[in-house]
Design a protein around this ligand. Structure first.
Ligand code: 5GP
Length: 205
């Protein structure tokens, strides 16, 4: 019997430099899940090695603003001088098809999703220590000093919003962090409020 299960939306967030991207990639490299990644749109210039349509959809400011006006984002934000946003339509289709959709976004966007889709699972990634975070932001080396300083200031602000999330996951090691996230997703599926409707429906068929 095929149950009509709507997919789960998983929001992976946390301060800039905590390693969200690395943990997300480790998560997708794991076996035994049905996760799909929501590719964001940004006006930031591609970094070396980044591919349009894989890492982001890279667009102009004018294009992004047109999409804001047309209400095409589930959430969007301006982050350190650039726009970032989650295209809405594809996610809605994927969830309807029963996929598990992962968003990897900063805190302001995550809180917008919390308002619109409170049934999503909100995970806040933290570094094992303050220094680790600052070192990572500096080591990335793709930005100039002023931008790094701005990102550090932003990361401190973002930390204060952790209490709004369902789970806190320590990124002491990206592979361990990915395992913890998978465990959270499995536990979320077993939650009574998410699964009981299926079983009631099954009994009625
Ligand atoms: P970066 O420029 O380092 O790729 O990303 C900067 C920040 O924007 C990161 O914290 C990243 O998670 C976040 N981000 C990426 N895509 C989105 C998005 O679609 N929406 C929001 N709100 N943040 C995003």
């Amino acid at each position: 019997m095929k149950l009509n299960v709507k997919g789960l939306l998983i929001v992976l967030s946390g301060p800039s430099g905590v390693g969200k991207g690395t943990v997300r990639k480790a998560l997708f490299n794991k076996k035994g899940h049905n996760l799909v990644y929501s590719i964001s749109m940004t006006t930031r210039k591609p970094r070396k090695g980044e591919v349009d349509g894989e890492d982001y959809y890279f667009v102009s400011k004018a294009e992004f603003e047109k999409r804001i006006a047309n209400d095409q984002f589930l959430e969007w934000t301006e982050f350190v001088g650039n726009y970032y946003g989650t295209p809405r339509e594809k996610i809605e289709t994927q969830l309807q098809e029963g996929h598990e959709v992962v968003l990897e976004i900063e805190v302001n966007g995550a809180l917008q999703v919390r308002d619109k889709m409170p049934e999503a699972v909100f995970i806040f990634l933290v570094p094992p220590g303050k220094q680790a975070l600052f070192d990572r932001l500096k080591l990335r080396g793709t930005e100039n000093y002023a931008i790094i300083e701005e990102r550090i200031a932003k990361a401190k602000e973002e930390f204060l919003l952790a209490y709004k999330y369902d789970y806190i996951v320590v990124n002491d090691d990206y592979d361990n962090a990915a395992d913890r996230i998978l465990a959270i997703i499995r536990a979320e599926h077993a939650k009574t409020e998410r699964s009981i409707h299926q079983y009631i429906k099954m009994l009625g068929e």
